[in-house]
Design a protein around this ligand. Structure first.
Ligand code: NAI
Length: 480
């Protein structure tokens, strides 16, 4: 029986390994993590992450050929294939701070593999890493190798949170990079055989190591760039009376462009896009390519601009101040169908509103009060380090309350901001919400979830990203 061990039971390690276990009943898969609470949660009925379809997959395989453990060294020693899916956050200090990937967690995992291994191993980079990381890992592993043969593969993960299980069941592609030596090719083949249990062969791409590592950074940069492109156009739509949904539809009809990932919004979030672009920027700078670095930097600048533009719009519309006013925030996760709040635009929007002394009442179906308070009190980039290593008792923001119902959040509010596109926000009783709000009642839709015309009929003043503005908003001071 082939034995797989995955180091890191996070958003990637957990779902990915669960699906491998489901599709390959003859393979034993153990997911290990240094965090006992996280492993305990994987072994309980309350999994540590929310992901549609995940519970069912885990229930079917756990205890059969899928195991979660904190006994990291034992399972690493026993495995034939070791996936490393630890976090690779942005460095907060020292050389490359604010841009370069922090490989501390990766390096310590690699050193541990070198220490405990007694047989040949295939080590798979599942985390997103800077191009050329495999070379460094190889050095760590082989420096004290005791005659053990290690093959490093790059197998970046392309799943998206919220649709992880669907993406893992039917990936657009699986990418495997390896050394172009006979041993390297054999290792690539071994990993290919794992995926071939359910992924059609023509979707399994094999490349050299550096192409695989770079492809993941490039893919995330392209995806984020699409969002920043449509968001940049959304600002121009508001200034000219064009409608960003119509523009995006017309643009996306071009088969060279395609319709997906062209929704204007308050901005992208999540643990990957910003971190991976910053990493790409850093790598370009290190390779003497400042023009290329600046090109990608702009994607993040537009994203930041979009968030501050939204806050400015809220404040400017409400007579240029939200001081002491209750603002309801519906949605805090960075996208629907996940409880993940890493780099969610809601953090920046809330900070902006708090900066103008608003009272904020937040509702998100999947995010706890503790998490929200922690996110709001955290320094930039600290969010990307493991959750369980973060302080548990942050200074609570007294102007922020977290409630478990959209109606409670909006009761007595002057304005409401929709910051996550949860489906349930489409079908709320907006008449009831309107009746219980202060007047004039404002809706600021950062995800284009509601029909602005219907809400205007109720009596709301509505701002939807990239849509023609209400007369009210046009009369307010210009938003920069
Ligand atoms: P995460 O923070 O949810 O999980 C990482 C886990 O690794 C944590 O539970 C942590 O305790 C554990 N860990 C850290 N050092 C360890 C060590 N030495 N031994 C054992 N466990 C250790 O991170 P997530 O989101 O799963 O991301 C992992 C990697 O995958 C990152 O490089 C990320 O960029 C990449 N990725 C993430 C995607 C996402 O949607 N979250 C999608 C594709 C790639």
């Amino acid at each position: 029986m082939v034995k797989i061990c995955c180091i890191g039971a996070g958003y990637v390690g957990g779902p990915t390994m669960a699906v491998i276990a489901l599709k390959c009943p003859a393979i034993e898969v153990v997911v290990v993590d240094i965090s006992k609470p996280r492993v305990d949660a994987w072994n309980s009925d309350q999994l540590p992450i929310y992901e549609p379809g995940l519970d069912e997959v885990v229930k079917e395989c756990r205890g059969r050929n899928l195991f979660f453990s904190t006994d990291v060294e034992k399972h690493v020693a026993e495995a034939d294939i070791i996936f490393v899916s630890v976090n690779t956050p942005t460095k907060t200090r020292g050389l490359g701070a604010g841009k370069a990937a922090d490989l501390t967690y990766w390096e310590s995992a690699a050193r541990m593999i070198a220490d405990v291994s007694k047989s040949d191993k295939i080590v798979v980079e599942k985390s997103t890493v800077p191009v050329k990381t495999a070379e460094a890992i190889e050095k760590i592993l082989t420096h004290n190798s005791k005659g053990i043969n290690y093959q490093i593969l790059s197998n970046p993960e392309f799943l998206a949170e919220g649709t992880a299980i669907e993406d893992l069941f039917k990936p657009d592609r699986v990418l495997i990079g390896g050394r172009e030596t006979p041993e390297g090719k054999k290792a690539v083949q071994a990993l290919k055989e794992v995926y071939a249990h359910w992924v059609p062969e023509d979707r399994i791409i094999t490349t050299n190591l550096w192409s695989a590592e770079l492809s993941k950074l490039a893919a995330n940069a392209f995806l984020a760039q699409r969002i920043s492109s449509v968001n940049a156009i959304s600002a121009l739509c508001e200034a000219t009376g064009a409608n960003v949904s119509e523009v995006a539809y017309a643009v996306g009809k071009d088969t060279r462009i395609g319709p997906k990932f062209l929704n204007a919004s308050v901005g992208f979030g999540g643990s990957c896009f910003q971190k991976d672009i910053l990493n790409l920027v850093y790598i370009c700078e290190c390779n003497g390519l400042p023009e290329v670095a600046n090109y990608w930097k702009q994607v993040i600048k537009i994203n930041d601009y979009q968030k501050s533009r939204f806050v400015n719009r809220v404040v400017a519309s409400m007579f240029n101040t939200v001081s002491g006013k209750k603002i309801a925030v519906l949605g805090f996760a960075f996208k629907k169908d996940t409880g993940d709040t890493r780099e969610t635009p809601a953090i920046d929007v809330c900070h902006g509103l708090l900066g103008d002394k608003a009272q904020i009442s937040i509702y998100d179906p999947q995010v706890t009060e503790d998490q929200i308070q922690r996110d709001l009190s955290m320094a930039k980039f600290d969010w990307d380090h493991p959750r369980h290593l973060q302080p548990t008792s942050p200074t609570a923001f007294k102007q922020v309350s977290v409630v478990w119902d959209a109606y409670e959040a909006t009761k007595g509010a002057h304005g409401l901001c929709i910051l996550t596109e949860w489906d349930e926000f489409k079908t709320l009783d907006y008449q009831r919400i309107f009746d219980n709000m202060q007047k004039p009642a404002f809706v600021f839709d950062g995800r284009n979830v509601v029909d602005p015309e219907k809400l205007r009929e109720i009596g709301f003043i509505v701002y939807s990203i990239g849509k023609p503005l209400d007369a009210w908003l046009k009369d307010m001071p210009a938003v920069a």
